[in-house]
Design a protein around this ligand. Structure first.
Ligand code: PGA
Length: 253
């Protein structure tokens, strides 16, 4: 399976000029890299302004709304994303769960419309520091998965390129990445849960990514030691040098 590396720019950079510069540096840096699929997720506003060549890289959005059109002030529809050149969309990022009070039910609705409109969702799940401390990681992951995938059939997932990103909330933006060993335990739980909801064969087609303080140094260990099929990268994706090092480290499989 080709590893999937997703760059989540979050609310950065602050101007279109900078966004274009960053995008073009990343694009140039990964031009000759093989065996890795790269997705760049800039803020909505920049999407239609960034040009990719042969999907290198792909474009993705950081969120989507669950309705298809109409009176929903401030929201962006799946069709608008497709029209802007998007192939992927991040759903349920912990920052949205925390600051925008996104619930598992909202995430489920977003997943459904994304699949319906043939965009590839990257579903984020993960436990907080407190939950980890209480030994609840497994339960949290199970619950988030079950609720997010509720009433979504195997048929809808087939060929959708659905990816699931395990992002321990305590590891995001803290510089304290989860060790590959600990992350591997969550990966196994996620695989087990999706095999149970669907079946083993379908579960095998779903890429599981790790996210949380990934950088050029630790990236490869999640792929080669812990067997993740990709990475979700925040901070390090804003530094073209670091990000290119990271992508190359993973491509050396
Ligand atoms: P980080 O963010 O790489 O800056 O920790 C990851 C994410 O939030 O997706």
């Amino acid at each position: 399976m080709k590893p999937l590396i997703v760059a989540n720019w979050k609310m950065n950079p602050q101007s279109l000029t900078e966004a274009k510069q960053l995008f073009n540096s990343l694009k140039k840096g990964i031009k000759n890299v093989k065996n890795v699929e790269v997705v760049i997720c800039p803020p909505f506003l920049y999407l239609s302004q960034l040009q990719t060549t042969n999907y290198k890289p792909h474009l993705g959005a950081q969120d989507v709304f669950w309705e298809e059109k109409g009176a929903f002030t401030g929201e962006i529809s799946p069709k608008m994303l497709k029209d802007s050149g998007c192939k992927y969309v991040i759903i349920g990022h912990s920052e949205r769960r925390r600051y925008l009070k996104e619930t598992d039910e909202m995430i489920n609705k977003k997943l459904k419309v994304t699949l319906k409109r043939k965009l590839s969702p990257i579903l984020c799940i993960g436990e907080t520091r407190k939950e980890r401390g209480q030994g609840k990681t497994q339960t949290i992951l199970k619950n988030q998965l079950k609720k997010a995938l509720s009433k979504i059939s195997a048929f809808n997932i087939q060929n959708s390129k659905l990816a699931i990103a395990y992002e321990p909330v305590w590891a995001i933006g803290t510089g304290k990445a989860c060790s590959p060993r600990e992350a591997k335990k969550s990966l196994d739980v996620i695989k087990k849960v999706i095999s149970k909801i669907y079946d083993k064969k379908l579960a095998k087609t779903i890429k599981i990514l790790y996210g949380g303080s990934v950088n050029g140094k630790n990236a490869a260990s999640y792929i080669f030691e812990a067997n993740f099929q990709g990475l979700l990268v925040g901070g390090a994706s804003l530094d073209p040098r670091e990000f290119v090092i990271l992508v190359k480290a993973v491509s050396r499989s």
